[in-house]
Design a protein around this ligand. Structure first.
Ligand SMILES: [Zn+2]
Ligand SMILES: [Zn+2]
Length: 383
């Protein structure tokens, strides 16, 4: 029968104290942890060996038997499991020690530490729809909003129990609210953590419920908060206020988030594309012909622009940096499209004046019309 030197495996003397053995094990378990050596069979084997050694000499009872040569070494076979699967069983303390060590090992960048924290009780998110006028969305604003959310019950501090005497520590999970599951894989033991089914993850068993919350541990409260909405939010955008959502249905954990969803009313003046704004500016026939002052609406107010003489219908003016301006310094442009309004219902004397204007100028000022008539003449030659 092969005999393994567990002290040698752990790199300690036969006379080492329990603490020395424990710290040696911690160090080696971290060093050879499969998370740090993916696809390394040697490290996996070493890790398994270290665990086997510690499961014996880390336990005072087993260490005594091992020292006296009363233990069957190596007969456990491939199914060896230091987490209590063996016939000898494992003390609760030993179990926790090993688990804590693994947590430490995962602590430096391991994925499991994150998974563990992700399982802490988290309240649900609340979605709140905020209506904004177009200008509010462009400029940003501060708005008080009222909503109801679950908050930790002030009477029982979230335990859900009438008092401390009616709130017992869960015997299944020992109050941690979590149950560990251990699986053997080719790289060693895989630990997963899930919520305790007996206490629902709270770690507590309530024997008489709190009257204020009916045992839920949470109460519904109306909450008013002033929300600062940044400039430039778009229709359908969502702003997350972390931790402003519902409290979890147990004493500990963290609140969910408040998700503010913006519903922006369309504007009769502006159309938006990204951070650019588009506006159509109707101008009079006279202004288009002779030029003159026109009003251009912009996020920061209306400004006056001197329209050039002879501006055509549909011409677009670009004003750089006068679109939407965000707090982060992003600025869009403002595009103003000129829409020349042709007058209707002119009087007889006005018509006379316009006819006079046409006769004076003939076609000399109508370059496009002139080119058009030339093209017609070429396309349809006289026979
Ligand atoms: Zn309560
Ligand atoms: Zn429990």
């Amino acid at each position: 029968m092969p005999t393994k030197d567990y002290y040698k495996i752990l790199g300690v003397e036969k006379t080492a104290s329990a603490d020395e053995i424990k710290s040696a094990y911690r160090r080696l378990a971290k060093q050879y942890h499969p998370d740090l050596h993916p696809n390394d069979k040697e490290a996996a084997e070493k890790f398994k060996e270290i665990n086997e050694a510690y499961s014996v000499v880390g336990d005072p009872d087993k260490r005594g038997k091992y020292d006296r040569g009363e233990m069957d070494i190596g007969s456990g076979g491939a199914g060896f499991n230091p987490f209590g699967g063996g016939a000898g069983g494992f003390t609760a303390t030993g179990f926790d020690d090993i688990f804590d060590m693994f947590s430490d090992a995962f602590g430096f960048g391991g994925s499991r530490a994150r998974r563990k924290s992700a399982q802490a009780a988290v309240g649900s998110d609340i979605t709140y729809r905020i209506e904004l006028t177009f200008m509010e969305s462009v400029l940003g604003c501060t708005k008080p909003i009222t909503f109801s959310r679950l908050e930790k019950c002030p009477s029982c501090h979230g335990t859900g129990a009438k008092d401390d005497a009616h709130c017992k520590t869960c015997d299944k999970c020992g109050g941690s609210g979590q149950i560990r599951h251990v699986q053997n894989t080719i790289f060693g033991q895989q630990i997963t953590v899930g919520a305790c089914d007996k206490c629902g993850g709270t770690g507590k068993i309530v024997t008489e419920a709190c009257k204020a919350c009916g045992g839920k541990g949470v109460v519904t409260k109306n909450k008013v908060i002033n929300v600062t909405i940044p400039a430039g939010v778009e229709n359908g955008a969502v702003l997350q206020l972390t931790g402003e959502g519902n409290a979890p249905r147990s004493g500990n954990g963290r609140n969910g988030n408040l998700l503010l969803e913006f519903s922006v009313k369309p504007s009769a003046l502006f159309r938006r594309d990204g951070y650019d704004l588009y506006v159509t500016v109707p101008v009079s026939y006279l202004t288009a012909v002779c030029g003159g002052q026109i009003e251009i609406p912009a996020p920061d107010g209306v400004f006056i622009h001197n329209l050039a003489e002879g501006t055509a219908n549909g011409e677009t003016l670009r004003f750089r940096g006068r679109g939407i301006r965000t707090q982060r310094g992003i600025t869009g442009d403002l595009f103003a499209t000129i829409s020349v309004e042709v007058p209707k219902g002119v009087t007889r004397s006005q018509k006379k004046a316009l006819e006079q204007f046409e006769n004076d100028n003939s076609l000399k000022n109508y370059s496009k019309r002139r080119a058009f008539l030339d093209e017609i003449a070429k396309t349809y030659p006289k026979k």
